[in-house]
Design a protein around this ligand. Structure first.
Ligand code: SF4
Length: 362
């Protein structure tokens, strides 16, 4: 007799039955092993009877139109609006989580908006958004919903962006990223100790995802590292992280160092000083990464894009608002002709820094 599991019972993929009668989820390296009626650590994938189900399919914690720079993506359709949403739950347990009200949500009452994939795609088009973001919580845990939404978006010419920690198995990741056009991947630190004790995960799995994205896909991706004072902001760790990015992923993958604000189980930590972000940016540039950004702070230089050929200002930014545009119609520097890595159109978007909540009506 199947145990009652609250939420939608959309058939989930990537699982198998174990000899002892339990079912193992193979979406992320936690490999939760479940008896009937049990939920995985992410809370949204569960066993109902003899199959795994996704309990949040078609429901969202809310929609908002953001500047794409807020994801952050600085080299993907700059200046354009992106329809952003998340669901509930997460497969990591980061003590510093900046979205804990969503990622730790255990009450489905939070999922206020009924949102089938086709409705999201149609809404994005009607609202003038160029893309849809799966964000606020990690979309790999609602993979079936995210992929169906991405397909509906592609049918209408809308791009999709995954904001993810990249903590996913190779098989599930291959299916997931095949549906995405762009991603921002958190590289939360560069020590196994930090991943294990602060996030409840493993660094190597995230490195594998990043290398896979670079070598095996056309997905445009950028990396974000939230610097937390005393936890992951030493010169040695930033040096090791940026050396690895430069050698394993190449110099053109943009790297964002962003400021931590005290939150969740790290409320006693001070916020990150902007001097720490600037120091990290200098170290990473010295290690060969061409485009290194500071985020969550007022820093016009660290937030702007500079030509690695001649040093000209290519995309000026004031927070999330574009101020200058130095690219030609095909994404090359107007001064020296060097191509800027990324996805650009003939002219930038004009969305600005606005953040606009929207309700979708099914
Ligand atoms: S996706 Fe969820 S249920 Fe599956 S292994 Fe990860 S935490 Fe467990």
């Amino acid at each position: 007799m199947a145990q009652d599991v609250q939420g939608s019972h959309f058939p989930a993929r990537h699982w198998h039955r174990l000899d002892d009668g339990r079912i193992q989820c193979d979406v992320c390296p936690r490999f939760c092993k479940l008896a009937d009626g049990q939920r995985g650590l992410c809370f949204v994938r569960a066993r109902a009877g003899e199959q795994m189900v996704l309990t949040t399919y078609g429901r969202s914690s809310g929609f908002c139109i953001d500047p794409i720079e807020k994801k952050p993506l600085n080299h993907f359709l700059p200046g354009t609006p992106i329809l952003s949403f998340g669901t509930a739950g997460c497969n990591l347990t980061c003590k510093f989580c900046q979205n804990w009200d969503i990622s730790k949500a255990r009450e489905f009452d939070r999922l206020v908006d009924g949102a089938p994939p086709e409705l999201i795609a149609q809404a994005a088009k009607a609202l003038g958004c160029r893309s849809v973001a799966f964000t606020y919580n990690d979309p790999v845990i609602f993979l079936e919903y995210a992929i169906d939404t991405a397909r509906a978006c592609r049918a209408l010419g809308i791009k999709t962006v995954a904001v993810t920690a990249g903590y996913v198995t190779p098989e599930a990741g291959a299916e997931f990223f095949a549906a995405m056009d762009a991603a921002n991947v958190d590289l939360k630190a560069f020590t196994e100790d930090f991943y294990r004790t602060v996030c409840g995960g493993h660094l190597a799995a995230v490195q594998d995802t990043l290398v896979y994205l670079k070598r095996e896909t056309e997905v445009w991706f950028e990396i974000t590292t939230l610097l937390i004072p005393g936890e992951n902001d030493s010169d040695g760790e930033i040096d090791a992280l940026s050396r690895w990015v430069a050698t394993s992923l190449g110099p053109d993958v943009p790297l964002h160092f962003t400021a931590f604000h005290p939150d969740w189980k790290m409320s006693e930590k001070p916020p990150t000083a902007s001097s720490t972000l600037s120091r990290a940016r200098s170290l990473a540039k010295a290690n060969g990464i061409r485009h290194v950004y500071t985020g969550n702070v007022q820093d016009a230089s660290g937030g702007s894009t500079w030509c690695h050929g001649c040093g000209a200002l290519l995309i000026g930014r004031d927070w999330y608002e574009l101020s200058d545009w130095g690219l030609d119609q095909s994404g090359h520097c107007r001064q020296c002709g060097t191509r800027l890595a990324g996805i650009f159109e003939a002219s930038p978007g004009t969305w600005g820094r606005k953040r606009q909540p929207v309700r979708l009506q099914a």
